[in-house]
Ligand binder design. Structure first.
Ligand SMILES: NC(=O)c1ccc[n+]([C@@H]2O[C@H](COP(=O)([O-])OP(=O)(O)OC[C@H]3O[C@@H](n4cnc5c(N)ncnc54)[C@H](O)[C@@H]3O)[C@@H](O)[C@H]2O)c1
Length: 339
């Protein structure tokens, strides 16, 4: 199988290493808006520089992985669709819901499979949490807590194109909540704060945001996102049910310190001397491999997409609702932003 990779920055370079090692993929063609960068990446992982992006599509790959910046996603996904090629795209598919709908229409018309990069669906902890809930082991679900806490903010220049903290970070939590619980979000009430660098407020964004979601079965979900978490990269999902609690992300590298005097330091508990996760690449290493292995199966026609365009759009609606709620300081029903 021949796969193309477009964009080899932070996440694209990670995907390059993974694609080069996946069984069943013979050739990985690498392109970037900066051909020099594509060449360096290809050389590093023993892959094939495609030349230009045009050259990559002309080589008729079986699938294309898009890891270019968000602003380029819709154009590149549309291009893959018109070429009849299976496509994997990092989130989000477009900067806004209208753009997302337009690109999904193109994908649907072309009939190509599309997988969106919500890697938490491939994380063993999130998968086990989902399984425990669905098996009945946790009983009736009453409360869900989720968080994405980055150790340090992105560069100031990134913010105006990010869509805001709920679309950029929270969207992963929103997708995970839908996927793990099997329920839909019907209402969001969100707020935010700026206590860090001035450039967040200058971009109309916040450095920390909290969103309270109400699911269609009445379950309440709290989602916390922040650009400032000095202890490390903390991504968790907690399910609190009548028969038990399950926590994804609470392992020996979670950046948490107990204040209890008699804290056990067993493997699997959250207080050891092991360094905390520093970033998404460390925390979700296994998940990034598993999602691209799944995409190889999707491109080969062996499985349907495990995370398609409708999922991407729904998570985006929740993020839109959170952003609107924060700005207008009022609860927002999902129907309002779905229009
Ligand atoms: N799933 C995740 O956990 C995760 C993590 C990080 C980033 N992302 C997403 O991945 C995307 C890329 O993020 P990043 O942090 O790797 O960005 P980046 O800025 O580090 O890298 C982007 C790369 O794309 C290249 N590029 C720019 N414009 C291009 C174009 N039109 N066509 C082809 N290549 C182009 C740049 O030269 C650069 O090499 C973003 O949409 C982001 O939201 C997802």
């Amino acid at each position: 199988m021949k796969v193309g990779l477009v964009g080899v920055g932070r996440i694209g370079a990670l995907h390059a290493g993974t694609l080069g090692d996946l069984p069943g993929i013979d050739t990985v063609l690498v392109a970037d808006a900066d051909p020099g960068r594509a060449k360096v990446c290809a050389d590093r992982f023993g892959l094939t520089p495609a030349g230009s992006i045009d050259d990559l599509f002309a080589a008729r790959p079986d699938g294309v992985v898009i890891a270019a910046p968000t602003a380029a996603h819709a154009e590149l996904v549309g291009r893959a669709a018109r070429a009849g090629v299976a496509v994997f795209c990092e989130k989000p598919l477009a900067p806004d819901a209208a753009g997302t709908r337009a690109v999904l229409a193109e994908v649907e018309a072309a009939g190509v499979p599309l997988q969106v990069g919500f890697q938490r669906r491939f994380d063993p902890g999130y998968q086990a949490a989902r399984e425990r809930l669905r098996s009945g082991e946790l009983g009736r679900l009453y409360s869900v807590w989720a968080c994405t806490l980055d150790p340090a903010p992105p560069p100031a220049a990134y913010l105006p194109t990010s869509g805001g903290i709920f679309r950029d970070c929270g969207v992963h939590d929103f997708d995970a909540v839908r996927w793990v619980t099997g329920a839909e979000v019907v209402e969001v009430h969100a707020t935010g704060a700026n206590r860090g660098a001035d450039f967040f407020a200058a971009a109309g964004d916040v450095d920390t945001g909290h969103a309270l979601l109400t699911l269609d079965d009445g379950t309440l979900v709290s989602v916390a996102v922040s650009r400032y978490n000095g202890a490390g990269y903390d991504v968790r999902l907690e399910l609190h049910g009548s028969l038990g609690t399950a926590v994804a992300g609470l392992d020996h590298r979670a950046p948490l310190t107990s204040t209890e005097p008699a804290e056990p330091a067993e493997p699997g508990t959250h207080q050891t001397d092991t360094p905390a996760y520093a970033n998404f690449a460390e925390r979700f290493a296994a998940a990034y491999v598993a999602e691209l292995a799944a995409f190889a199966d999707v491109a080969a026609g062996r499985i349907p997409s495990p995370c398609g365009g409708a999922d991407a759009l729904e998570a985006f609606h929740v993020a839109d609702a959170a952003e609107l709620s924060r700005r207008e300081n009022r609860p927002v029903r999902i129907e309002e932003v779905r229009r």
